[in-house]
Design a binder for this molecule. Structure first.
Ligand code: NAG
Ligand code: NAG
Ligand code: NAG
Length: 440
């Protein structure tokens, strides 16, 4: 090989490497309407005919991503085959019927179209069967075990004129590595999560110990309609709730303007995020820009003084739904900007020379923005390998019946992937991360 040809080849390899490193958030799945991986075309046609499947009744909302690997031995030695599973929810909020499966993984069909595969199966999605999922809203994946923690509202059509209060709300845990078997199905007592008015919305899990050696001790969930924070204690199989009308309510920022249109979003406590130190839980309402923190010691036992221990951390760039903590920052949607932002908590703690319990949110930096494709960032998830995943779904159009489900405005829901050099709050801190956020 001549030197010229060799250098041409290495230049070409360099160009290839550069183009393969995503310099922006990359769309990995997109949908005009939801569709599924059906057992056969007859099943699809029948569901369309009887209304069990009505493509214009749902949006892709919650997301969690699991990186796993199959381990096997062969004649040639040991093998590890990595895989990625993307879990999404399609909430049954706007109508009782029309969404045949609420909890799903995302796959591509033979034509390369992104479709949903019911998780763990079709039987687990049956409306009216209280051992099945009714309105699975959000999830939390444990990257260390592959356990998926799912909150089920138990009611369907909750934003429609005729909600159906079919079942109690529950917390369901699936072993996604062990074939999707159910590890736990806990029904909340009506006194903690109301059977008739709850809207369980977001969930995070708490190791207590940042090394995660003892496993998951608590789950924290927001209830958007009753404006409360719900706690489940795994060791004692008990739940309780805290309420604070001020920090969990809405304020002067209840109107959200997107592309010149004002949407009144009188929606309370919604997104939550757990600090990687497990010392503080952060939360925000949709109809507010305010970000609050509450120490986890308050939440971990019932009957504490919640209101006097919660603290306003600052005002986000814009209102938003979901949020997620990595080890270095908090990622959240900024709805009025069709953007995702990051609060660099590490920088603010260092420059202010304070503890996490005193830090003021100042350093907010844009992560990604697009006026067409990033309308309404709904949910975000970090994996253990520095990727941020997020869903965008034009929810402001959906809830006002302005969504173009015929494709005139392109895809309506997207799943983005972006290397943000940070990883899930549940992943162990790695030595490459440099100094961890130092929190007392
Ligand atoms: C299609 O799938 C449904 C549901 O699994 C099954 O009951 C039915 O027998 C199948 N029909 C055909 C034609 O394969
Ligand atoms: C992420 O988790 C998967 C499954 O446990 C594992 O195979 C992989 O090595 C992990 N990646 C890193 C960077 O730790
Ligand atoms: C956990 O508590 C629920 C509700 O109080 C109860 O129905 C269930 O049997 C308990 N589970 C275990 C394993 O004790």
């Amino acid at each position: 090989m001549t030197t010229l040809r060799r250098s041409f080849l290495s230049l070409w390899a360099l160009c290839l490497a550069i183009t393969l490193i995503p310099s922006h958030a990359e769309v990995i799945h997109e949908f005009v309407t939801i569709d599924y991986e059906w057992p056969n075309s007859t099943a699809r046609a029948q569901s369309l005919a009887n209304g069990d499947y009505a493509p214009k009744t749902g949006v892709v909302s919650g997301i969690q991503v699991y990186k796993g690997s199959y381990h096997y031995l062969s004649f040639f030695g040991e093998h590890d085959v990595p895989y990625t599973t993307i879990f999404v929810t399609v909430p049954r909020t706007q109508a009782v019927k029309g969404i045949p499966s609420g909890l799903n993984t995302v796959v591509k069909d033979a034509n390369g179209k992104s479709v949903l595969r019911p998780y763990p199966n079709w039987a687990a999605q049956k409306i009216g069967d209280c051992s099945a999922l009714q309105l699975p809203m959000s999830m939390a994946i444990d990257p260390n075990t592959g356990y998926l923690y799912v909150i089920d509202i138990g009611r369907v059509g909750i934003s429609s004129p005729n909600p159906a209060n079919l079942c109690p709300a529950k917390l369901v845990v699936y072993d996604t590595v062990g074939g999707g078997s159910t590890i736990l199905s806990y029904e909340f007592p009506d006194s903690v999560v109301s059977r008739t008015t709850n809207y369980l919305n977001d969930i995070v899990i708490d190791y207590v110990n940042p090394e995660g050696t003892g496993g998951v001790k608590y789950a924290y969930m927001t209830d958007t309609l009753t404006r409360s924070l719900v706690v489940y204690d795994f060791a004692h199989n008990k739940s309780w709730a805290y309420k604070d009308p001020v920090s969990m309510g809405t304020d002067d920022d209840v109107d959200i303007t997107i592309h010149g249109i004002r949407y009144r979003m009188d929606v309370g406590i919604n997104g939550i995020a757990m600090s990687p130190t497990f010392n503080y839980l952060y939360y925000s309402s949709v109809g507010s820009k305010k970000l609050y923190q509450v120490p986890t010691w308050v939440l971990r036992t019932p009957g504490n003084d919640f209101v006097s221990n919660t603290r306003l951390v600052g005002s986000k760039k814009s209102q938003g739904g979901g949020m997620v903590f990595g080890h270095k920052g908090l990622f959240f949607g900024a709805l009025e900007y069709d953007a995702v932002y990051r609060w660099d908590i590490e920088a603010d703690i260092k420059s202010q020379r304070v503890l996490e319990g005193e830090v003021v949110m100042k350093t907010q930096v844009p992560v990604a923005q697009n006026w067409q494709t990033m309308q309404w960032t709904d949910a975000l998830s970090l994996d253990n390998e520095s990727n941020l995943y997020f869903t965008t779904n034009r929810l402001q159009k959906f809830v006002t019946n302005k969504m173009d489900f015929d494709g005139g405005e392109g895809a309506n829901f997207r799943i983005f992937k972006y290397n943000v050099h940070d990883k899930s709050y549940l992943s162990p801190p790695s030595p490459f991360d440099g100094p961890e956020v130092v929190i007392g």
